[in-house]
Design a binder for this molecule. Structure first.
Ligand SMILES: CC(C)(COP(=O)(O)OP(=O)(O)OC[C@H]1O[C@@H](n2cnc3c(N)ncnc32)[C@H](O)[C@@H]1OP(=O)(O)O)[C@@H](O)C(=O)NCCC(=O)NCCS
Length: 309
């Protein structure tokens, strides 16, 4: 197929089911090529809520490529939060890779960032795809640091090992938007940007729990735990609280009956990694943060999902 047979246009919400199928199939194709096990998935009836949220907040930052039959063969999704542009997704159908479609989609998505005067550029990608690493480095986003996907599972009747928090904190699940200003203050220090959009999303979607933590009367951090066992992000006001926030949040999820737990840990977070390994977490995969400059403080921040760090 020739590049002139490919059309690129803005993504519509109706594209999102095909887009997630392209993402999953393409990621599995890459995993198979590298001798890794594939991730099983079913075609969803509804588009993933996080993708719908991103398309709502950033309708001008997402593009699809389709062929003459209308089949979706490429997908890019980017976000702007304050002055940071973040690439959430970039995938090209394996049969059409290395023909320039990926760079075309990336160029369109980066133009969205340039038009909006973005100063920082970032994404997370697979450490085992040199082609992706090459494309992003060429565009000014070299590898910054590794991210470890860490997870643990238990069977019915088995118990998870306990995590002990070095500093005892009070945990409160919040559902009200009145806390958002305080959460964005924590974000600004730890993640170097405010993300009220995500707080509104996490608070409104029942599958996410926002937990806030106090040391006495002092607010010292927050964690988002979702119903599938994802603990992300963990955001601390001071470095001394990070491991305690993590331990309390993992235990909170365990108390909800989670049989699976997953986090995305920055490579230099030695104490966090050791704490998780002691509790039976395994490193499942390494991904790479690629960025024009550092986009968070690893002493204060364990990332949200790879799709928005
Ligand atoms: C990564 C991906 C989006 C790139 O899209 P694509 O259409 O295949 O890529 P393009 O043809 O536009 O560009 C590839 C470029 O990388 C270069 N490249 C490929 N492998 C390279 C390597 N090992 N070292 C240096 N450059 C390399 C190519 O030469 C080309 O650059 P050029 O046009 O200057 O010659 C696509 O291959 C893909 O979907 N891969 C699997 C999923 C994935 O990893 N996605 C990224 C997740 S964030």
């Amino acid at each position: 197929m020739n590049l002139k047979d490919i059309t690129i246009r803005r993504t519509r919400q109706a594209d999102l089911i095909d887009a997630i199928m392209l993402v999953m199939n393409t990621a599995n194709h890459l995993r198979r090529k590298r001798g890794m096990s594939i991730n099983r998935f079913k075609k969803p009836k509804q588009p993933p809520p996080l993708m719908v949220h991103f398309l709502k907040t950033d309708p001008d930052g997402s593009f699809v490529a389709h062929d003459r039959t209308g089949k979706l063969v490429g997908f890019a999704l980017s976000l702007i939060r304050e002055d940071e542009w973040f690439l959430s997704q970039l995938f090209v159908d394996p049969t059409l890779q290395s023909k320039g479609i990926g760079q075309k989609l990336l160029d369109k998505a980066m133009r969205y960032g340039k038009k909006n005067n973005c100063k920082r550029w970032a994404l997370v990608t697979f450490s085992y795809n040199p082609q992706a690493i090459a494309v992003y480095t060429k565009m000014g986003m070299p590898p910054q640091r590794p991210l470890l996907t860490m997870e643990r599972k238990r069977k019915d009747g088995e118990a998870f090992k306990k995590l002990r928090a070095p500093i005892k904190l009070t945990v409160t699940k919040i559902t009200e938007e009145k806390y958002i200003n305080r959460l964005t203050t924590l974000d600004r220090r730890a993640r170097q940007l405010a993300r009220p959009e995500e707080h509104f999303f996490w608070l409104a979607d029942e599958s996410y729990n926002t937990l806030i933590f106090h040391d006495g009367k002092k607010l010292v951090g927050y964690v988002v735990v979702n119903s599938r066992g994802m603990i992300a992000p963990v955001v601390a006001s001071e470095p001394k609280y990070l491991v305690s926030l993590l331990a309390h949040a993992v235990e909170w999820g365990t108390a909800q009956g989670h049989k699976y737990q997953i986090l995305f840990v920055q490579g230099e977070q030695l104490e966090v990694i050791r704490t998780l390994m002691t509790a039976g977490f395994h490193i499942d995969e390494t991904t790479l943060v690629m960025a024009s400059e550092q986009v968070s403080d690893p002493k204060l921040y364990i990332p949200a999902t790879l799709a928005h760090f």
